[in-house]
Write a protein of this length. Structure first.
Length: 796
């Protein structure tokens, strides 16, 4: 009879275990960067440019230096003497740390003051006199490539225009041939506007250089501490053991805390110069205006189809506005992230994408905001184009998708742009979603409502997301291969500590990694502590973004547990006095095959590793695993939204939202649901209410929470989640796929498609996000598309 432990009871795989980190978070006992106070600590503030594009004629900091309490004023000129005025970006470009020649976006860092307290530092920033000579600003790709456009990056040799790259993927000729054979071609132009991750906690750092030990310790808000350590080691030419990056609790990241920001660099230099700890904590407008913008891509897309609904080919041209510096953190092989994951849900024989990246006088963009490197744009474009194509063909939305889905028996399936999707049950997910929303019934209600002048709409988004960069063959950042790691130490009492190269920012790793160990070893999850974010203790890893943690670090946790189990088996054989081959495993316990009642627990093996190991065995029970995944994981989701649009005002209300996510095996179903709800909330915000844009002068409009709305529970509609479709990942050790971003990636198209469906009788093909009431009203009233970022009046 089995004596295996009950996995759910011990908090293993599938247990909706309460999040252990919430013990401190909900008590207000988190330890964020700004909570840390070091003896003798000084404070840094940044002076930012009021103009989007201007030559710097002079900077006079003499008044600032004289203010009592000021210890240091850093300017670009001073940084230049230490070769630190510019820094390399994660996309092989350069970025100004403090401006020397020109300012290139509003909010750019011009100078820093380090003082006794932040208020003195702020006052002193205002006492710095900067003389600017304004230059014409560029705020979109059309202006960037217009004849006679000023060259924004005139600091770069060989940069004669504002084009950063031209990139293409796919088969141009094959696509051409397929289009020539099409019965119908559907075309759609879209803009995915700039958006901002806006985590509740802004960016910040405390640099602490100790002259006595020559060691630099930096506490900072980073999602990728090891990458930061590598960057500091390279730029400062310091060995890694002299640099310790500690990423304490993080108040949300969403991609905002991946890049290297000038504030980090300046606080480090200031601490080295002053030999005192220097704290920099960004304020909200600093965060919104200068860090981590995402998206800002224009699409011109075409779908070639047969009359029976089969898609023959797709063609896309994308213009990406990167802002003043090309600083995306993304795999270096792909210039525009994983945009070419578009149409991965569908069996499309051929496709061709061209992409062009341009500079503009905006803060650097292209951050993967809750997104696997531009996959958000890819899936939004995909799902908007699919709806438009079905509509142009006069075919039912759901049926059109069914005709074109990758079928279950087609996996592994090569997408038109070279990815290999490996598993899924796309049609089943759609059926679950349609049933849940009452599809046929809603279509009937919609027709009846329309006859009475009421506008009901239903939007579908069926998307798959490539999650878990990388495999190291294809994925690297600055040449550093994308894999991850886990270290597991079992103490002699059978309690354990696991450390990974990932870094949680609220996703619950402290809870779920313990559950994986629990599943593999039968140690109760409550006996396992998880630590991340300290480069002196955590094994090397590429950090947490692009929902890569479960696919890569989570896999490493399973693999290291299996190494431990292999050693524990030897210990068990020794304790049971049988050969290893005669030992069987069940959760939490080894036993003798021929006498199942004779067994030893994993805890008994643990103590034996320190007190009674066989001759010749290395003592202790600990190990490390580096995991290089063979492929990305491919979660799939169906999001269906129903709305009612008020024809008088353009206001639209969500009637129902159904989400069917298949992320393979769910480690912690409650956490997965939380991730989906959070993602759907962000999707709703992007579709409905958020805009952060730039006027003709390059002023950032929406850089405050009056204009850039973060939805609260009050604004957010209810979501109905379904978890019945589970397709384990074939290569992940526990069958899990990533989930963190899926809903934010696939959700926006469902909302927009629903509104477009509601107004489909008007002939309007597109309203670009956000679908603010005035934009919907404009489309309804004038029966025209509403394109681009919301227009804004400039002050003059
Ligand atoms: O990289 P990041 O942590 O942002 O994303 P993720 O790997 O998708 O995981 C988000 C959270 O959901 C983590 O706590 C995961 O362990 C959990 N998760 C899960 O319980 N089951 C899955 N199949 C995927 C994620």
């Amino acid at each position: 009879m089995t004596q295996a432990l009950d996995e759910i009871k011990i908090g293993g795989l599938g247990a909706s275990r309460k999040r252990v980190e919430d013990n401190r978070f909900i008590r207000g006992k988190g330890n964020y960067t700004d909570d840390i106070v070091l003896p003798g600590m000084l404070h840094m503030e940044i002076l930012r440019s009021p103009l989007a594009h201007a030559r710097i004629k002079s900077i006079d900091a003499s008044r600032a230096w004289q203010i009592p309490g000021v210890h240091l004023v850093l300017t670009g000129e001073m940084m230049a003497t230490r070769n630190l005025a510019w820094m390399p970006t994660l996309s092989y470009d350069t970025q100004a740390v403090l401006a020397t020649d020109k300012v290139r976006f509003q909010g750019q860092e011009v100078a820093c003051v380090i003082a006794d307290d932040p208020y003195i530092a702020k006052d002193a920033c205002e006492a710095i006199d900067v003389e600017y000579e304004p230059l014409p600003p560029i705020v979109n790709p059309d202006q960037a490539v217009a004849e006679g456009a000023p060259v924004i990056r005139d600091d770069k040799e060989n940069q004669a225009d504002n084009v950063i790259y031209r990139w293409e993927v796919g088969d141009a000729e094959g696509t051409e041939r397929a289009f020539a054979q099409a019965d119908k071609v559907s075309r759609l132009r879209l803009h995915y506007p700039r958006s901002h991750p806006s985590p509740i906690e802004c960016c910040g750092s405390i640099a602490d250089f100790n002259r006595a030990t020559s060691k630099l310790t930096v506490y900072m808000t980073t999602q990728a501490p090891h990458i930061i350590r590598a960057a500091v080691a390279m730029v400062a030419e310091l060995p890694e053991h002299m640099i310790r990056i500690i990423s304490p609790d993080i108040g949300g990241g969403f991609g905002n805390k991946v890049p290297v920001y000038p504030g980090y660099v300046c606080s480090i230099l200031a601490s080295i110069l002053l030999e005192r700890p220097v704290k920099w904590i960004e304020d909200k407008s600093g965060n919104l205006i200068s860090t981590g913008f995402a998206r800002d891509i224009y699409l011109d897309g075409q779908v070639a189809m047969r009359n029976d609904g089969k898609i023959l080919a797709v063609r896309m041209h994308c213009d990406a506005d990167h802002g003043a510096f090309f600083s995306d953190a993304q795999p270096s092989k792909f210039k525009i992230g994983l945009l070419h994951s578009a149409f991965a849900s569908y069996d499309i024989p051929v496709g061709h994408i061209t992409a062009r990246g341009t500079y503009s006088n905006k803060a650097p963009g292209g951050v993967a905001y809750r997104c696997s490197f531009r996959v958000t744009e890819a899936m939004f474009f995909q799902e908007r184009m699919i709806q438009a194509a079905a509509h142009d063909l006069g075919m039912d939305q759901a049926e059109f998708r069914r005709v074109n889905f990758v079928r279950d028996d087609q996996f592994p399936h090569r997408t038109p742009f070279g990815f290999l999707t490996d598993s899924g049950q796309y049609a089943k997910c759609l059926d679950v979603g349609l049933r849940a929303v009452g599809y046929e019934d809603f279509r009937r209600q919609q027709a009846e409502a329309r006859a009475k002048g009421r506008l009901l709409g239903l939007g579908i988004s069926t998307m798959t997301e490539p999650l878990g960069a990388g495999n190291s063959r294809e994925y690297d950042i600055l040449g550093i291969k994308m894999f991850d790691s886990a270290e597991l130490k079992i103490h002699m009492t059978g309690k354990a500590i696991v450390r990974t190269g990932a870094k949680t920012q609220g996703q619950g790793h402290e809870t779920t990694w313990a559950q994986i160990v629990s599943h593999e070893l039968g140690i109760p999850a409550e006996d396992i502590v998880v630590e991340e974010g300290d480069t002196d203790t955590a094994p090397f890893g590429m950090g947490t973004y692009a929902s890569r943690s479960t696919p890569v670090a989570g896999a490493a946790v399973a693999m290291v547990s299996r190494k431990i189990r292999a050693k524990a088996r030897k210990l068990a054989a020794h304790l049971l006095e049988v050969s290893e081959e005669d030992v069987e495993w069940e959760l939490g316990r080894f036993y003798v095959r021929s006498a199942p009642s004779r067994g030893v627990t994993i805890q008994e093996c643990a103590i034996a590793a320190y007190s009674n190991m066989p001759d010749g065995m290395e003592p202790g029970l600990e190990n490390t695993a580096y995991y290089d995944p063979p492929n990305l994981t491919w979660p799939f989701a169906v999001y269906i939204v129903t709305v009612e649009v008020d024809p008088e005002t353009g206001v639209w209300d969500v009637l129902n939202m159904v989400a069917v996510d298949d992320c393979g095996v769910r480690i912690n179903p409650m956490i997965v649901e939380g991730q989906i709800m959070g993602g759907l909330t962000e999707a709703y915000a992007m579709a409905n209410m958020q805009f952060i844009t730039f006027d003709a002068e390059g002023n950032c409009v929406g850089s405050n929470y009056m204009d850039y709305l973060l939805p609260t529970a009050w604004e957010t509609p209810g979501f109905e989640l379904h978890s019945e479709v589970v397709t384990p990942c074939p290569h992940h050790p526990i069958g899990a796929k990533g989930i963190g971003e899926c809903a934010a990636v696939g959700g926006p198209a469902a909302f927009v498609n629903a509104v477009m469906d509601a107004i489909s009788d008007t002939g309007v093909r597109n309203i670009d996000m956000p679908l603010l009431p005035d934009r919907v009203w404009e489309a309804l009233t004038y029966r025209r598309d509403v394109s681009g970022a919301p227009p804004v009046r400039s002050d003059d």
